[in-house]
Ligand binder design. Sequence first.
Ligand code: UDP
Length: 362
Amino acid sequence: MKKILTVLGARPQFIKASVVSTQIADSSSLDEVIVHTGQHFDANMSDVFFEELGMRTPKYQLNINGGAHGEMTGRMLIEVEKVVLSERPDIVLVYGDTNSTLAGALVASKLHIPVAHVEAGLRSRNLKMPEEINRILTDRISTWLFTPTESATKNLLQEGVSETAIYQVGDVMYDVALQHGAKVSPHGGILEQLRLNPKQYILVTIHRAENTDNDTVLRRIVEALSSTANSIMPIVWPVHPRTKGRLESLGLLESISADVLLVDPVGYLDMVQLEKHSSLVVTDSGGVQKEAFFHGVPCVTLREETEWVELVEAGWNQLMPPTSDVETIRTAMRHAIKKSPIVVFPYGNGSAAHEIIKELEA
Ligand code: UDP
C-alpha cells in the first residue's frame, strides 16, 4: 500500500481534490491522509465542500490562517513538517498555487519525499501575483507534474522540465463540473431563493489581491458593476471574505446598486447552478473562468492576464483590465453576453483524476 499525504487548505483545492480523493478511496493500492492547513476556514469556504463533494474528513486540521504571506507559509512549513515526519508518506500530493501548495511541496522535497503537483505548468507571467511564485517553485521541486492543458505542458518544456516528468492528464475541475453540471436545474434552489430568472442575470466573483487590495481598482469594479446592473441586467455576487472586508473598510457597500445582489459565498452545487444558468460570468477567479466555459457561458475576466489562454483565443473569455474606465468595462460586458464562441476541447475528456491515480499507482 502506498501512502499519499494530501496537503490542501483553500476552497478551489477542496473542489479539485474531491475527484482525486474519492478515486484514491476506491484504489486497492493507495491510501490517503489529508492535511487541511486551515488557510480557508469558514464553514462556507471549507466544510461545505467536504460535505457536498463526499470527501473524507481531514485527519489533520492545522488552523493556520491570516497574517502576511511569509508568516502564513512559515507556520505551515513548521506544522506540515511535523505531520510528514510522523506519517512518513510515500508521496505528497498538492494542488494549484496557494501558500498551502508551496508549503506542502517544500516540506516534502526537503525530506526527499516525491511531490505530485496537480495543475502544474500554469503561468500568468506576472511575478507580482503570489500564486505565480507558488506555482513556479512548486513545479520546480515536483516529481510528477500533472498538467491540465497543452499550453501548461508547453510552459514546462520551455522552462527545461524533462518531458518524462510531465503528464498531461486534463483538468480535474472539468471532471468535477461534468459530474455535477448535469444535475442542476434552471428552476428552484438558489435561483428561486434569490428570485433570479435563468439567463437573465450576471454572476460575479472577485477575490484576487491585485483587485481587492488596490483601492482605486476596487472602487472602479464596484462602479462598473453597479452601472451594468442598473442598465443591462441584475447581478448576483457571492462575496469572498477578503473582498467583503475590503468593501467594508472602504465604505463601498452602501454605494453598490440594489440590483447587485450581494450574498455570502455559496456551496459548490449552488455555484454550479448559478454559473450554468447565468447569461454572463464576470470574475477574476481562475476556476470560475473555466467553469463558465464548462457550462457554456461567456466570461469577462477582470485581470490583465490569464493562465487559461485557450479560452481567450477561442472567444469564450475576454480579458478586461479593471483599470479600464467604467464605460469600457460595461460595454465589454454587454457585448460578451451576445457572443457565440467557437467549440473547443482544451481540458481533456473528464478523466483527469483517473489518469492521475493510474500514474501514482504505477
Ligand atoms: N466557488 C464556490 N462558491 C463561491 C465562489 C466560488 O463554490 O461562492 C467555487 C467555484 O465554483 C470554483 C472555485 O470555488 O470551483 C474557485 O475558487 P476561487 O475563485 O476561490 O479560486 P481560484 O480558482 O481563483 O484559485
